[in-house]
Ligand binder design. Structure first.
Ligand SMILES: [Zn+2]
Length: 326
């Protein structure tokens, strides 16, 4: 486990040992920081039959059942496949899943220990499911724990949030993030570059390094630079970015982050490579938001090229005059 995960787990376990761990926990914070792993490790210790002062033993009957995926007092709820063919993954957690959880939580513990339910991603509970979950949250019982995991906790209803203790995951210090990346076997220069691209997010940096995504980022920066110079047409770039649909969202993210990078250069940060200083920082901020909004809408079956071409067309006007304009 990474140091930031260990800190969260240790502090939850300290609260548990002191009898202060609330029955509902909300593990929240940026994606890819290992929240689910922490929820599972916490669940493991809550279920384990070893002395509470010790770590999860891995060998007691509870641990064996959990490792085999058959612990009667543990449930992991996530997105499931639709029952009807072609069995596509649902986009939300539905009420039947929460009803089943209600049944489990109303029975007494079958092993006589804790009962634990993990829900991830909790923000994808649909309305009916969230309402059903509230009933469970309103009837706390001794030694019953609900661990909600979410990278977008603002999407959860205020009522649900107010019933939970928060375990807030934050980006670690740069030094710690870098040390962790190096320990994962990444080369120092690459790791530094990736961490910069991911704005200090070690989980994303690791993923991008593993998947070779920094090349894609360089391409996006090159395209943006070409748009600034007027040597690329917005519609052509938009079509190219949208054509490769599996990578469109990541391209838009890199583009939005480039806008942020350009805006920050006003305060002395280094400009992303090949880009020119901003002319209008407020406009860049708006552009950043619009680009992210478009990214959020990508899942909808719409034609995105024109909206994207419109945004890319604005890019040039937001940067300082280039040679071609002088
Ligand atoms: Zn055990």
């Amino acid at each position: 486990m990474s140091p930031w995960q260990t800190r969260q787990l240790d502090s939850a376990l300290a609260a548990w040992r002191a009898g202060r761990l609330g029955h509902a926990q909300l593990l929240c914070g940026p994606e890819a920081l290992g929240k689910r792993d922490v929820a599972e490790a916490l669940a493991a210790r809550l279920l384990c039959e070893a002395d509470p002062s010790l770590s999860t033993c891995g060998s007691c009957r509870s641990c064996q059942l959990r490792l085999a995926g058959t612990h009667p007092d543990f449930r992991f709820i996530t997105l499931e496949e639709n029952e009807k063919p072609p069995h596509k993954l649902r986009t939300e957690i539905v009420i039947e899943q929460i009803r089943m959880l209600g049944q489990v939580m109303q029975m007494t513990s079958q092993r006589g220990g804790a009962q634990v339910v993990v829900i991830d991603p909790a923000d994808l509970l649909n309305n009916a499911a969230a309402n059903a979950l509230l009933k469970t949250l309103e009837e706390p019982a001794n030694n019953r724990f609900l661990l909600l995991v979410s990278a977008a906790p603002q999407r959860l209803s205020a009522t649900i949030r107010s019933r939970c203790q928060r375990m807030e995951f934050a980006l670690p210090e740069r030094e710690e993030a870098l040390t962790w990346l190096l320990a994962k076997g990444h080369e120092s220069k690459q790791a530094t570059h990736a961490l910069e691209a991911a704005q200090g997010h070690p989980g994303l940096a690791d993923r991008w390094l593993a998947e070779g995504r920094l090349v894609l980022r360089d391409e996006v920066l090159r395209d943006l630079a070409a748009l600034s110079r007027g040597t690329a047409a917005p519609l052509d770039v938009a079509q190219a970015w949208v054509a490769d649909s599996a990578l469109t969202a990541l391209r838009l993210r890199f583009a939005a982050d480039a806008a942020l990078g350009v805006a920050r250069s006003v305060a002395g940060a280094a400009l992303p490579s090949g880009l020119t200083p901003p002319r209008d920082v407020d406009k860049l901020g708006l552009w950043f938001e619009q680009m992210n909004r478009l990214r959020a809408q990508l899942a909808a079956p719409l034609k995105h090229e024109l909206a994207l071409a419109g945004l890319l067309g604005e890019w040039r006007s937001m940067q300082a005059t280039t040679e071609t304009r002088r």
